[in-house]
Design a binder for this molecule. Structure first.
Ligand code: 3DU
Length: 215
């Protein structure tokens, strides 16, 4: 992913018309568009094929299954044109290896969730976040997902993964995190949804976040 704007749009609207309108409006300000269950369950995987005409797409399916099922999910997602996929890591090394292998075959990226950004994200993830980050490095993932709501954790995770892997960071705006703070803590990109797509002017909202990060 080109690091131009440091901003990834989380496009969690559920219908095609709004999705394409918002994606087009913000395309100058985002390096990638993240789609997940809300939009794909609403419109089908075909929406990915349309969005990749506007910006590279990361599929946030938080893949968390046995290696064979993970492989099948990744193949569908990359055949639809996605440039990256978000997976969980708690399912273990063999499951993650399966995703990385498919991504390598397609020349695409795997991002592994280390610790989630919502309050409940500390309950089970906190004790294993560092181990998951280490595994992401060992498995050859492209990057990890770490919480913008806790910049200090982004710092901790950056120390573990070094400079080669990317950190993409959700939790800015609606969840309370600051884009500038989490970039300073070591994130490469922020992921922002509601603060942009619920705004009367998604483009202005996206530009404002870019300006905060000096990009
Ligand atoms: O809170 P927002 O509306 O800016 O959206 C954040 C997006 O990032 C949303 O798609 C959510 O599913 C995703 N995400 C997290 O918020 C937290 C995580 O730890 C991982 C993904």
């Amino acid at each position: 992913m080109d690091k131009k704007n440091r901003l990834i749009l989380a496009l969690d609207v559920t219908d095609r018309e709004n999705a394409l309108r918002i994606a087009n409006e913000v395309s100058d300000y985002v390096d990638s568009i993240k789609v997940g269950y809300p939009l794909v369950l609403g419109e089908g995987l075909g929406i990915v094929k349309e969005l990749v005409e506007i910006a590279p797409v990361i599929a946030d399916f938080k893949v968390a299954d046995i290696p064979n099922t993970d492989r099948l999910i990744c193949e569908h997602v990359f055949n639809a044109g996605a440039a990256g996929i978000i997976t969980h890591g708690f399912t273990g090394r063999d499951s993650l290896d399966s995703c990385v292998k498919v991504a390598n075959d397609f020349g695409t990226d795997v991002y592994v969730v280390t610790e989630m950004s919502h309050p409940g994200g500390v309950e089970f993830f906190r004790p294993v976040a560092e181990d998951i980050a280490k595994m992401a490095v060992e498995a050859g993932a492209s990057g990890v997902v770490a919480p913008a709501t806790r910049p200090e954790r982004v710092k901790d995770i950056r120390k573990i993964i070094g400079e080669e892997l990317s950190i993409i960071s959700p939790g800015v705006g609606a969840q309370g995190g600051s884009a500038a703070d989490v970039i300073r803590a070591g994130a490469d990109w922020v992921i922002v949804g509601r603060s942009i797509y619920n705004s009367d002017s998604p483009a202005e909202a996206a530009k404002k976040i870019c300006d905060e990060m000096n990009c």
